[in-house]
Design a protein around this ligand. Structure first.
Ligand SMILES: [Zn+2]
Length: 69
């Protein structure tokens, strides 16, 4: 299924509403959006500290099934 939509970052219209780019025209715009999240959105949330992760240390389950490299 194709859709012509404007890029979420630069507004360029193209048929890129599909994996792996999502609503972005290029990897560049995808990274820009990611940077906005990391640089701005995260500032209004509480910074992640080690003690936040401590409560997950004893947890086991598929949600923590991180592939080994
Ligand atoms: Zn773009």
């Amino acid at each position: 299924m194709a859709a012509i939509l404007p890029c979420a970052i630069c507004g360029k219209k193209a048929d890129f509403f599909a994996p792996p780019m999502g609503p972005f025209c290029s990897e560049q715009c995808k990274l820009v959006d990611l940077g906005k999240w990391l640089g701005e959105e995260y500032k209004i949330t509480e910074p992640l500290r080690p003690d936040h992760l401590a409560e997950y240390e004893d947890m086991e389950g598929p949600q923590l099934d991180i592939p080994e490299r």
